[in-house]
Design a protein around this ligand. Structure first.
Ligand code: PBG
Length: 340
């Protein structure tokens, strides 16, 4: 007989979870989730002009780059090992029209930016947003008829927009508009044009979120949109089962990869989507998430270097295969330095 009664197996004091946490080597050995440079997608804002970088006040540290500056920045990102950049255009007010002709102009800012990057022959993917909000005078992602965002007519324009971007050399078409049926329509349009190799990353579960505020400053749609809501096409933040339906439809329509957006407030959705479908699943740490961490850090209230890594690791733990983050460039740089 032992001198003291045995506790139930697996219980304290025989089991002490702090043992594995005692040393750095042992914490590394048992670590479950990992953040690597390969997980990062870097969103970049592009503007007209030459040799300019314009700071975005609500996103300290983020700038809009002219195409010439963009190429250098993407080259440095490729050198850091970042697998993909995501481009977003700042479209001048004069080019915004109700019929969004600039969105389908093969010489628009996005297409010129893609061609310039591709001409540099870098080992990095280029992803382009497909949505009409930078091109409409009202800031909505679709065409507005009698005060309604019309679905099918918008989808037809989105297909044309995807085609001009893909023909310019875009590797990954990313519809962020949340119209019904756009993934299938875009896939068919690409295939019919002989662009079977172009991938589609669907903003599959995209919520109508107040966390997009600083992005709308960055692309100049904050003023055009005013206080208008996107809740007739983007999802209600109350919903979770509906996200699975959105993702299921996008997969059925031919999406190669799916995304959940925003990020940190929607990690439960990331986990459900990854578990349900096992698809390449991405999450977007959106502008408002970047801004709030940055603002707190600039006030001395949070340690930026630590919170940004912790926030990105949370996406990996939730099941994301990769994360779009405005901090991708500096985080990639830090991860590389930590290894060498
Ligand atoms: C536009 C688009 C938005 C974002 C990416 N594409 C904003 C919106 O839907 O209003 C948000 C990105 C961010 O906040 O960082 N279709």
């Amino acid at each position: 007989m032992p001198s003291h009664p045995l506790p139930p197996l697996g219980a304290f004091p025989r089991t002490r979870l702090r043992r594995n946490r005692r040393d750095d080597w042992s914490r590394r050995l048992v670590a479950e989730a990992r953040l690597s440079v390969d997980d990062l997608i870097w969103p970049v804002f592009v503007s007209e002009g030459t040799n300019a970088a314009t700071p975005i006040p609500s996103m300290p540290g983020v700038e809009r780059l002219t195409v010439d500056r963009l190429v250098g920045a993407v080259e440095r990102a490729a050198r850091l090992g970042i697998p993909m950049v995501a481009l977003f255009p700042y479209v001048e007010a004069a080019r915004k029209t109700d019929e969004t002709s600039e969105a389908v102009n093969p010489d628009n800012l996005m297409c010129r930016a893609v061609r310039a990057i591709k001409a540099a022959k870098l080992d990095i993917g280029v992803m382009c947003d497909v949505a009409l909000d930078p091109y409409t005078p009202h800031g909505h992602d679709g065409l507005l008829r009698d005060n309604t965002i019309v679905n099918d007519e918008t989808v037809a324009v989105l297909c044309q927009q995807a085609l001009v971007q893909a023909r310019a050399g875009c590797d990954v078409i990313a519809p962020s508009d949340m119209m019904d049926g756009r993934i299938g329509a875009v896939r068919a349009a690409l295939d019919d044009a002989g662009l079977q190799h172009v991938r589609v990353l669907a903003y599959a579960a995209k919520y109508a979120s107040a966390f997009y505020g600083p992005f709308r400053d960055a692309v100049g749609s904050a003023k055009t949109l005013g206080g208008a809501s996107k809740s007739t096409y983007q999802m209600d933040s109350a919903n979770s089962n509906e996200a699975l339906r959105e993702v299921a439809l996008d997969i059925a329509e031919g999406a190669d990869m799916v995304m959940v957006k925003p990020g940190m407030a929607y990690l439960d959705i990331v986990r459900r989507v990854k578990d349900a479908f096992g698809m390449p699943t991405y999450a977007y740490q959106v502008s408002g998430e970047y801004a709030m961490l940055k603002a707190a850090a600039l006030n001395g209230w949070l340690d930026w270097d630590r919170v940004i890594l912790e926030s990105l690791l949370a996406f990996k733990r939730a099941g994301a295969d990769g994360i779009l983050s405005y901090a991708a460039f500096e985080v990639a740089d830090r991860l590389n330095r930590a290894r060498s």
